[in-house]
Design a protein around this ligand. Structure first.
Ligand SMILES: Nc1ncnc2c1ncn2[C@@H]1O[C@H](COP(=O)(O)OP(=O)(O)OP(=O)(O)O)[C@@H](O)[C@H]1O
Ligand SMILES: [Mg+2]
Length: 288
């Protein structure tokens, strides 16, 4: 039985012993999630990734929406390989990474990935060693998760360095987002959650929604949540989805694209505390 706490202690020691200069890149993991489905997570994750790339970062999207993986569909591709086929065919991680526009890298969990938490130790170790080799190779790994509070989703979210919570201003979406914060906070009081208000009518509505939401989490959960930004409702998002192209590339000057560029600039400007990166994510996600 692999001991998660022991592995994490060893990783902290390893990180401390390496000088910062020796590390090429820090490789942060960011989970993009929501309470309610269909609020715009996958579109956000994909276009946020592309916007970080435009700001000279190297980014990989890991589609871990186990039921309805669709980052590849948004890119007009159909991913043949996945973590599931990597295990089946004994491939390496480099065999399953796909390259999208502007050097964006992406991988998907695949349908067999559903049984991730029932895998034997040999397979868990294989996933660990393959995915660990991404440490230092990319700056960000963005996880596009499913909606809601499934067991698998919680494992992914709690293992990530940062959580970006997407909600729309609609009360149903807000209520479900609040449930997510409550659950995550009860599991890990130090979890970093940042809010995106998507599909707002205008910035004023976005700001108001974010202010109300963060005031409620602070008052009732004593949880401080940062607001990352607002993306307006923009017909070009849906037009780009129909063309299977990312809206940031297809319509770079549309309202949603401009708002997203602000969001990624803000993300990069916010100083982030020391975290354990992809290896820490894998240890927390795979081993109990
Ligand atoms: N800012 C926006 N403006 C207009 N439409 C949007 C916007 N964001 C998302 N949408 C619409 O919402 C649809 C759903 O978006 P998306 O697939 O990204 O949601 P999701 O949260 O990933 O869904 P799921 O929970 O099923 O994974 C998109 O196809 C698009 O039509
Ligand atoms: Mg999605």
């Amino acid at each position: 039985m692999i001991d998660q706490a022991k592995l994490l202690r060893e990783l902290v020691k390893e990180k401390k012993s390496k000088s910062k200069a020796a590390e090429k890149r820090q490789t942060r993991t960011i989970a993009v999630t929501s309470g309610k489905g269909g609020v715009g997570k996958s579109n956000f994750a994909l276009n946020f990734a592309l916007s970080l790339i435009q700001k000279n970062k190297k980014v990989l999207i890991f589609d871990v929406d186990l039921g309805f993986a669709n980052v590849d569909v948004l890119l007009g591709r159909s991913n043949k390989e996945s973590i599931a086929t990597m295990l089946e065919k004994d491939f390496s991680i480099w065999d399953i990474i796909e390259e999208g526009p502007n050097g964006l890298l992406f991988i998907s969990g695949g349908s067999g990935f559903k049984d991730l938490f029932q895998l034997d130790e040999v397979k868990l170790n294989k996933i660990f060693s393959e995915l660990s080799s991404l440490q230092g190779f990319v700056d960000y790994i963005i996880l596009d998760t499913g909606a809601g509070l499934s067991y698998e989703n919680l494992r992914f979210i709690l293992a990530a360095d940062d959580v970006i919570l997407v909600t729309t201003p609609e009360p149903t979406s807000i209520t479900d987002a609040y449930s997510i914060v409550k659950m995550l906070h009860s599991r890990d009081q130090n979890i970093h959650i940042k809010l995106i208000i998507n599909q707002c009518s205008n910035e004023k509505e976005g700001k108001q929604t974010a202010e109300n939401f963060t005031a409620v989490t602070e008052r009732f959960l004593e949880k401080q949540i940062g607001t990352l930004g607002f993306i307006p409702s923009d017909a070009n998002v849906s037009n780009a989805v129909k063309k299977q192209q990312p809206f940031l590339l297809e319509f770079p000057n549309c309202q949603a694209s401009r708002a997203l560029q602000k969001v990624s600039s803000k993300y990069l400007q916010t100083p982030l505390p020391f975290k354990l990166g992809i290896k820490g994510f894998l240890i927390k996600m795979l081993f109990k």
